[in-house]
Ligand binder design. Structure first.
Ligand code: FES
Ligand code: FES
Length: 210
């Protein structure tokens, strides 16, 4: 069985409807300078957000995309860049619990937001059920699309529930491109991960209540 790679677990890789969000150029085009009320020092803007449960504050060029902020400022390189034009979904992360393509969002738009990346899914050595399902059902080959697939899959379950049929999964994956698997095992992985997430959520709610 193929193991989950460090990259897939996010050791090295988030609905604005992911497939319908504007592209990076549009995101950059709307910067046009600081927004009302934003703290500005010269051409830099101060942003604060929580990433994988950790408070982060930084001064950034207002044109900085969220994906750049994650990869280049925070060294969270599990979030990948495949196209930079809102097509491939490799950059999918969660913003306030909803899937977004991080190449379509400016870092300054995330001021005050909760961001989750692939690195924030596992609890220590315990993979998130969706990560475990991708490993179990061989839902990857090169793994480049995998972090984005897993983040999109979890968002899909959060919106569509735990019993998702194949047709729905394939339709929902419209905004995530895989160049090597043929999708069959990805669809199987997501269906299994969706079911496993039910127990996982119950477990974590119970742990939180104790
Ligand atoms: Fe963001 Fe491709 S890099 S959708
Ligand atoms: Fe290679 Fe999807 S596993 S691009």
């Amino acid at each position: 069985m193929k193991g989950v790679s460090a990259d897939e677990r996010g050791e090295e890789t988030p609905s604005v409807s992911a497939s319908k969000a504007p592209g990076a150029n549009a995101a950059r085009a709307i910067t046009g300078g600081p927004r009302h009320g934003r703290r500005v020092e010269g051409l830099m803007a101060s942003v604060s957000m929580t990433i994988n449960g950790k408070a982060v504050k930084a001064n950034v060029d207002p044109r900085t995309l969220l994906v750049e902020f994650l990869r280049e400022h925070q060294r969270l390189t599990g979030t990948h860049v495949g196209c930079d034009t809102s097509q491939c979904g490799a950059c999918t992360v969660h913003m306030n619990g909803m899937g977004v393509k991080a190449c379509t969002v400016l870092a300054v738009q995330c001021d005050g937001a909760q961001i989750t990346t692939i690195e924030g899914l596992a609890h220590g050595d315990e993979l998130h059920p969706m990560q475990a399902a991708f490993r179990e059902h061989h839902g990857l080959q090169c793994g480049f699309c995998t972090p984005g697939m897993i983040m999109a899959a979890i968002d899909m379950v959060n919106r569509k529930g735990h019993e998702i049929d194949e047709h729905t999964i394939r339709e929902e994956l419209e905004g995530n491109i895989c160049r090597c698997t043929g999708y069959h095992n990805i669809v199987k992985s997501i269906a299994a991960g969706a079911k496993a997430m039910r127990g996982h959520q119950a477990q974590h709610h119970q742990a939180a209540a104790e």
